[in-house]
Design a protein. Structure first.
Length: 464
């Protein structure tokens, strides 16, 4: 049985920090953020927003747009790494908010959980819910998977310029109008790691930045190897002499903690795919240098990162490789459109990959490309760590949905924060009643209970 994404809706907070203002305030070159990391704006939550109300807002938009009633939904999953409680699942807050609009107990029949595995958990949630549909358990109902996060790092840290916030809700069913997932090729890799993690009670993560970058590349590559094997064995993709499987994937969407990470991941994968093909000789000639190899190719990530000579040469080779016409063509045709929204919004952790999908659809459609039948490959990564690689095909009915996509219009009028305002919000010096923006047709947080017997109970309201 088929399964996939029928429609997608997003909710992005309207407050933002401009990356040039931010760079100046931290004594950084604005070009480092704009071109080095591909960040121009970071969406920031208002004082009355949390990951639950972001998720409920995305969900409400999805339901209203598609005229879906709660009775049509069999499962509502929320994937996040910004959990509000060690026990109570984020989807229960979301259901509480949605019932303010649809009526008490209107979701009573609906199942679901909160999923956690850093940024990759949304992909696991999609996979599990698609399998629920494929197994014939859905009884004609749809599933909703919501990915919702606030990417927040310590003030003054290297992670601080890779922040962002937002939520994406995806409607899944057995006759998806947007994207049907390829079955039996989804592949994963997993390893116990401490590249990025957030111990209990800590609001911001502990991050080993360069380690996390390299681990992301290695884990996605491992999952990709397994995907390749499955795609070839199942004959989903057939290769001719001199081809790589990536020649048969029309678009790539990668996890995007910042937009240039997509380009880094593409360069890493292509180097390893093209290295064994006849085209490689001509590509290396364009770089004017030999491709470097680490002293110990089987060494640990620490030993590779500590090999300064290799790291320097590898960085230079990658820079030159990304300037070759073959890379440029691949990048422009298959990846660039998915990176546009990330630069406008920032890191959404679990939702970053799916913001990339939204961006790819909107900006490729704007180029006038016929997307029907195009295959999208996904590279999902979650610190800690696990990667998931999978693919899907754009369906004939996509036009009716994609023609109306407009990320800027969907965010609404944005308000730039001064650095003082941003730091006030970041340091939680404003309570829910001291928001900077007035809520419009959205859920907001109105109170967090402090009394010992109800500590942590959160109240939300819908403002029409
Ligand atoms: N002008 C133009 N570009 C410049 C520049 C300038 N003046 N100065 C530096 N740059 C470029 C650098 O060359 C580099 O690009 P390349 O790697 O392509 O050469 C880029 O800007 C970044 O520079 P650095 O690597 O020196 O940046 P940094 O040390 O400040 O750290 C970071 C970057 C590691 C991503 C850091 O922001 C961080 O720790 N972020 C949080 C962790 C993270 O996002 N990890 C990603 C993988 S893990 C993951 O994906 C899960 C998740 O969501 C967190």
């Amino acid at each position: 049985m088929a399964a996939g994404i029928d429609d997608i809706a997003l909710y992005i907070p309207r407050l933002f920090v401009d990356s040039a203002d931010f760079a100046r305030a931290r004594g950084l070159d604005p070009a480092k953020l704009k071109t080095g990391l591909g960040i121009s704006k970071m969406a920031i939550v208002d004082a009355n927003q949390d990951p639950a109300c972001l998720a409920a807002n995305a969900c409400l938009k999805l339901m209203q747009k598609n005229k879906i009633a709660p009775k049509d939904i069999g499962r509502l999953y929320v994937a996040t790494e910004s959990a509000l409680d060690e026990s109570k699942a984020l989807n229960s807050y979301v259901i509480g908010m949605l019932e303010q609009v649809y009526g008490t107990d209107s979701f009573e029949h609906c199942g679901g959980i909160e999923c956690k595995f850093a940024c990759v958990s949304g992909s696991y949630a999609l996979y599990d819910n698609c399998n629920w549909i494929r197994a014939g358990e859905a009884e004609g109902k749809s599933a909703i998977v919501v990915v919702s996060d606030i990417a927040k790092y310590d003030l003054g840290s290297a992670g601080e310029y890779t922040q962002g916030a937002g939520s994406i809700a995806m409607l899944l069913n057995d006759s998806p109008r947007l994207l049907q997932f390829d079955s039996k090729v989804t592949s994963t890799s997993i390893k116990n790691e401490y590249d990025f993690y957030r111990p209990f009670g800590k609001e911001t993560p502990i991050v080993h930045g360069q380690y996390s970058n390299l681990l992301y590349l290695i884990q996605v590559k491992k999952a990709f190897e397994s995907y390749k094997k499955k795609a070839l064995e199942s004959k989903l993709i057939k290769l001719k002499e001199g081809e790589t499987i990536l020649d048969h994937i029309d678009y790539l969407c990668m996890h995007l903690p910042y937009s240039t990470m997509g380009k880094k991941a593409l360069a890493y994968l292509l180097r390893r795919e093209w290295r064994h093909l006849p085209r490689w000789k001509q590509i290396v000639e364009q770089t004017g240098m030999d491709e470097p190899a680490p002293r110990n190719p089987r060494g640990t990530i620490e030993s590779i990162l500590a090999d300064d000579e290799y790291m320097g040469k590898d960085h230079e080779f990658t820079r030159l490789f990304t300037k070759t016409k073959e890379f440029q063509q691949f990048y422009d045709d298959k990846l660039a459109s998915s990176l546009v929204a990330s630069a406008m919004i920032g890191n959404l952790y679990t939702a970053s990959l799916y913001l990339g999908l939204r961006s790819c659809l909107e900006f490729e459609f704007q180029k006038g490309v016929d997307l029907e039948g195009k295959r999208i490959g996904f590279g999902s990564y979650g610190s800690g760590s696990s990667a998931m690689v999978f693919s899907g095909v754009i369906q004939p009915a996509y036009r009716e949905l994609v023609k109306d996509m407009n990320i800027e219009a969907e965010i609404g009028q944005r308000r730039k924060l001064s650095l003082e305002e941003y730091e006030e919000i970041h340091e939680n010096r404003r309570g829910p009643h001291q928001s900077l923006l007035e809520a419009k047709k959205e859920f907001v947080l109105v109170n967090v209970e402090k009394s010992p017997e109800s500590r942590g109970e959160r109240k939300y309201a819908f403002y029409d």
